[in-house]
Design a protein around this ligand. Structure first.
Ligand SMILES: [Ca+2]
Ligand SMILES: [Ca+2]
Length: 215
């Protein structure tokens, strides 16, 4: 007789830790929850950079570290997430850049990213001008503030050479064309880190961000 192996959230979390790197800003990577403290969206855990959240077109993936309550899983990468069962959860990015869906916080349960619609006046969790805004809500943790003026989650777009909102082959082509430029190289020459030269540092940054969509 066949028996299915039980799948636990723990297994999902463990497998999710192998996900790709975060495209959250290296400096603006924090949100704050009234009962969970500061939340690091980019680079908690070891090795640094392996654990963080990514914004991937119409969904999020990866993990956010909450100082008082541990990991928050925002999705396993197979989004957009239906959020119709306890295993097919995750945070989605709607066409109007509002967030929706649920994240799972290991020590406090579900966090609702539609939650901002419950506030008055409504201030939904969303992406605006390259950063998160609004509020999420967790039944056991209360409000998660994505809206602070100075403490917020920014979404990097470090290697968009042609500034069209995506990091792809077009950008790589421009960078290779401009490779070796400098001093005085510009973004369109492929100098994505702004040091005036187009070299391996820029190529590394582009490959690191390859496939990301900018907001
Ligand atoms: Ca581009
Ligand atoms: Ca450079």
């Amino acid at each position: 007789m066949n028996r299915k192996a039980p799948i636990t959230i723990g297994v999902l979390i463990a497998s999710g830790l192998a996900l790709g790197m975060s495209n959250v800003s290296t400096t603006d990577k924090w949100s704050w929850g009234e009962n969970i403290g500061f939340m690091n969206w980019r680079d908690a855990g070891t090795p640094i950079g392996n654990q963080g959240a990514s914004f991937d077109g119409d969904h999020l993936s990866g993990f956010v570290w909450c100082e008082n309550l541990g990991w928050m899983n925002v999705g396993n990468g197979s989004g957009p997430y239906p959020n119709d069962t306890g295993l097919r959860f995750g945070v989605n990015i709607e066409p109007d850049d509002r967030l929706s869906g649920f994240a799972w916080l290991e020590n406090a349960g579900w966090v609702n990213f539609d939650g901002g619609t419950m506030a008055g006046p409504p201030n939904p969790a969303r992406i605006e001008n390259g950063r998160l805004k609004g509020f999420a809500w967790g039944e056991n943790i209360g409000w998660v503030n994505l809206d602070n003026a100075s403490v917020f989650v920014g979404i990097a777009c470090a290697a968009d050479v042609n500034s069209d909102g995506a990091v792809n082959l077009d950008d790589l082509q421009l960078m290779l064309f401009g490779f070796g430029s400098g001093p005085g190289a510009q973004l369109l020459d492929g100098d994505v880190n702004g040091d005036g030269f187009t070299n391996l540092d820029d190529l590394q940054l582009l490959l690191f961000n390859f496939g990301f969509v900018c907001y």
